[in-house]
Design a protein around this ligand. Sequence first.
Ligand code: ATP
Length: 368
Amino acid sequence: FAPWADPSAKPYIVFENITKRFGDFTAVNNLSLSIFEREFFALLGASGCGKSTLLRMLAGFEEPTSGRILLDGQDLRGIPPYKRPVNMMFQSYALFPHMTVEQNVAFGLKQDGMPKQEIDARVADMLKLVKLTQFAKRKPHQLSGGQRQRVALARSVAKRPKVLLLDEPLGALDKKLREETQFELMDLQQSLGLTFVVVTHDQEEAMTMADRIAILDKGEVMQVATPAEIYEAPVSQFVANFVGNVNMFEGKVKARNGEAATIVGGSGAEINVVNAGEAAAGKDVVFAIRPEKIKVSSKKPAGTNAMQGEIWDIAYLGDMTIFHVKLSDGQIVKAATMNSSRIAEDPLSWSDQAWISFEPNAGVVLSR
Ligand code: ATP
């Protein structure tokens, strides 16, 4: 499933040069974005970056100051929320406390005047889907947080919207339940064949669930890509820092040879890379590399991109060990090694002299 990779594929939801101002504050700034049918799309960013505002404009609770939002080719301007084939699930779930689970799920269908028999069948279907059939007669206060979340989900998909908007859908759940529910949400999206647009500030949540992620900052899109692309090929220091851990080596491009380049750092250490992107010779850059791409060893490894330092910290995490290695110029480099692949004959302790090394294709060159 990768419609975004097909240049002839037509996007389903298009944000076209959207700006949203509140007074003289610009919450969304000339933003363009396309989402495909059946995509699980995440809007990821820090608090205040404008992600909820985007969702609210798609739902119809806010109108853009300028720009257009298209859904399946139709301009949504002026169309009230209840006439859009879009439903929104809020973080608070907004369940009616005096109604039972089944009454909550039936509510919107009743309002639409659906015949009772049909409502009963639909509600039974929905409760089965979210595994709450046995709780049909309970009230929300008799349910756990996770169960309440599933009632809210069942209610928001009962009307069969084409697009479900989820604003921090797992925010109220504890960590373990959250992880389980992420997979349930993915299954539900798959089985219903809906387009999901989820707002979250939790990078792990976005990485786990989404087909693609848009990273937002100050009302602008920083990068739109699959979780793997965002992690492996961030386009800027902002994105590299926002998602996962990263080491940054500052330097200057010393020489280019086609795509390849040599970067020289302040301490004179050289880094050879196979792909320096746009960075021309003489340019100030950073080389960004993820901790698990860095090897640590007690002996000088063969090949390029090896730097000597001292073991500064060791954290054993069960599945992996994190080494902090202090280089001669004072920079502390973070290296993560899976314990299943640790070399037993190379035990490393605090204060040991050690070498870090990495492959020429293990990181990305970003502008400063
Ligand atoms: P959070 O994760 O905290 O909800 P967010 O990225 O979803 O953040 P938005 O709710 O979209 O952020 O808000 C973006 C900016 O617009 C914020 O600075 C917010 O204060 C401002 N804003 C949102 N709604 C209004 C409003 N009705 N009037 C004035 N300012 C608003």
